[in-house]
Design a protein around this ligand. Structure first.
Ligand code: UD1
Length: 422
C-alpha cells in the first residue's frame, strides 16, 4: 500500500488547476443510464472512485469510450444486466445511485447495499422511501436491494426527513422518466445537485428548483444524449486553500468556482487570509502569517461543508488562539483527532460529543499516521505540512479515491512530499 512521506515546514506558494468535481462526475455517470443515446461527460477527474464507477457500469455491460482528455462517452443502451454487485458497491457509496436510473429506465434493478467511507451508519432509507412512493416494489434479499416497477415510475410528493445530497440526486434522476409530476421538498441544495440537474436538462429532462429546497420534476418519456462539463471540485479547492493558509503561504487556484465556497472563504478570511476572486479563480495570501483559529459548525450547503471539517481542524491545530469545531452532518467523523494529537496537537473531544475543542500549538511534530476515511487522510497531509520533521501518512488509497495527483499538485506549490510505493 502506498504511503506519503511529508517533510513539513515549507510555506506553500504557486498556482494550480482545480480538477472536475468527483461528487458531480460520479452521479452524472450514473445518470447516463437514463438515456438511450450516448452521453459525453467532460472534465472528469482521474480518481480511483471514478475508475470504480467505470468498472461498475462496465460490468453491467455499458460500453464507454474514454479519450486522451478523459472525456467519457457512455453508451448506456448497451446494458446487459441490471445488477450492481457487492464487490463494487461496497467500496463506494455513490455506486448505490445506479438503482433509480435503472429502475426508471428499464423497470428493474438489483443493487447491493452500499459501503464507502467509515463515517457513521449512513443509511439509504430516504432513497428507498422516495422510490417506493413513486410506485417501486422494493425488498431486501441477501444484502441486495431488489426493485422493480410495472410500467413507468409515477410522479409523487416527497418530503425528505433529512437533507440528503445522494437522496435528492437519486429521486431527482428517477423522477425524470416517471409518469407525471414529482414534487420534492426539504431537498439538499449542494452545487453538485444543480450540476446534475443541468446535465439532465441537457438530456431533455424537465426540472425546476434545483439549488433550492423544493425541486419539481415533470416526467418525460425518454431522455436523449448530451455533452456536459462537470463543475470544479469545491472540496479539492477548499483543501488546497486550507493547506496553503495553514503554512502561511500564497496560492492562485485556476478553473475554480468561488461562489461554491462562500462559507469556506469567509472562515479563511477570519483566519487572516487575504482573498481575491475572479469568475473562475481564487487567490489566497497569508503574507507569511500564522492563521488565527476559527470556530465553525458543519451543515448542509451553503453552510460550511463536512467534507472540509478535518482539513480546517488541521489548520486550527497550529493556529493562534483556540476554536471549537462542531460536526452536525455525520456521526463518527472525528477519526483524525487521535492522529493529530499523536503529532502534538491539543484537541479535546468529550465522549459522544459532536464538538471538538482545539487549542493552537506552535508546531506539530512529524509522526507515522493513518486514517480510514478520505477527508481525514488528507487532513493528516496538511498536519504533516505544518509539522517539524517527517510525517508518513499510511493507507493513502483513501486519498487516491478523491484527490487527483495530490503529491504532484502539492509539489507544484513547493511542498516536500513523496509517494513511497509499497
Ligand atoms: C454526499 C457526498 C459526501 C458528503 C455528503 C454530505 C457524494 C458522492 N458524496 O454523500 O462527500 O460528505 O454528501 O455533504 O456526493 N441520511 C439518512 N438517510 C438517507 C440518506 C442520508 O439518514 O437515506 C443521513 C446520513 O446518514 C447523513 C446525512 O443524511 O447523516 C447526510 O448524508 P447525505 O447528504 O445523503 O450524504 P451522501 O449523499 O452519502
Amino acid at each position: 500500500m502506498d504511503k506519503l512521506l511529508i517533510t513539513g515546514g515549507t510555506k506553500l506558494d504557486g498556482e494550480l488547476r482545480i480538477s472536475g468535481a468527483k461528487n458531480s462526475a460520479l452521479i452524472i455517470l450514473t445518470s447516463s443510464l437514463l438515456s438511450n443515446e450516448p452521453v459525453t461527460i467532460c472534465n472528469v477527474p482521474h480518481l480511483h472512485d471514478i475508475t470504480t464507477m467505470i468498472e461498475l457500469l462496465g460490468c453491467m455491460g455499458v460500453e464507454m469510450v474514454i479519450d486522451e482528455k478523459r472525456n467519457i462517452e457512455v453508451h448506456a443502451n448497451t446494458i446487459k444486466q441490471f445488477t450492481a454487485p457487492y464487490e463494487l458497491v461496497k467500496t463506494m457509496r455513490a455506486s448505490f445511485l445506479v438503482l433509480g436510473p435503472m429502475l426508471a429506465h428499464y423497470g428493474q434493478a438489483e443493487v447491493s447495499l452500499p459501503g464507502g467511507c467509515a463515517i457513521g451508519p449512513r443509511p439509504v432509507d430516504q432513497h428507498l422511501q422516495g422510490l417506493t412512493a413513486m410506485g417501486a416494489d422494493i425488498y431486501m434479499e441477501d444484502g441486495y436491494v431488489k426493485a422493480s416497477v410495472k410500467g413507468r415510475l409515477k410522479g409523487a410528493h416527497i418530503l425528505f426527513d433529512v437533507k440528503t445530497v445522494g437522496g435528492t440526486e437519486h429521486i431527482m434522476m428517477s423522477a425524470t422518466l416517471a409518469e407525471g409530476r414529482t414534487v420534492m421538498e426539504n431537498c439538499a441544495r449542494e452545487p453538485e445537485i444543480v450540476d446534475l440537474a443541468d446535465c439532465l436538462i441537457s438530456m431533455g429532462a424537465d426540472i425546476e428548483g434545483q439549488g433550492t429546497d423544493t425541486i419539481v420534476v415533470n416526467g418525460v418519456e425518454e431522455l436523449k444524449g448530451c455533452r456536459h462539463r462537470v463543475i470544479p471540485d469545491r472540496v479539492e479547492t477548499g483543501t488546497f486553500l486550507i493547506a496553503v493558509a495553514a503554512t502561511g503561504g500564497h496560492v492562485k487556484l485556476k478553473d475554480a468556482q468561488p461562489d461554491h465556497l462562500e462559507a469556506v472563504l469567509l472562515k479563511l478570511a477570519d483566519a487572516g487570509a487575504e482573498i481575491s476572486c475572479g469568475k473562475d479563480w481564487i487567490e489566497l495570501d497569508m503574507k507569511g502569517r500564522k492563521p488565527k483559529a476559527v470556530s465553525l459548525v458543519t451543515s448542509p450547503y451553503p453552510a460550511f461543508p463536512t467534507d472540509l471539517q478535518a482539513q480546517i481542524m488541521a489548520m486550527n491545530c497550529i493556529a493562534e488562539g483556540s476554536a471549537t469545531v462542531t460536526e452536525t452532518v455525520f456521526e463518527n467523523r472525528f477519526m483524525h483527532i487521535h492522529e493529530m494529537n499523536r503529532m502534538g496537537a491539543r484537541i479535546k473531544l468529550e465522549a459522544n460529543s459532536t464538538t471538538a475543542y482545539v487549542e493552537g500549538v506552535e508546531l506539530l511534530k512529524g509522526a507515522p499516521v493513518m486514517a480510514n476515511d478520505l477527508r481525514a487522510s488528507v487532513s493528516l497531509v496538511i498536519a504533516g505540512l505544518v509539522a517539524e520533521g517527517n510525517t508518513i501518512v499510511d493507507r493513502i488509497y483513501h486519498i487516491d479515491r478523491g484527490y487527483e495527483q495530490i503529491e504532484e499538485k502539492l509539489q507544484l506549490l513547493g511542498a516536500n512530499v513523496k509517494r513511497i510505493a509499497a
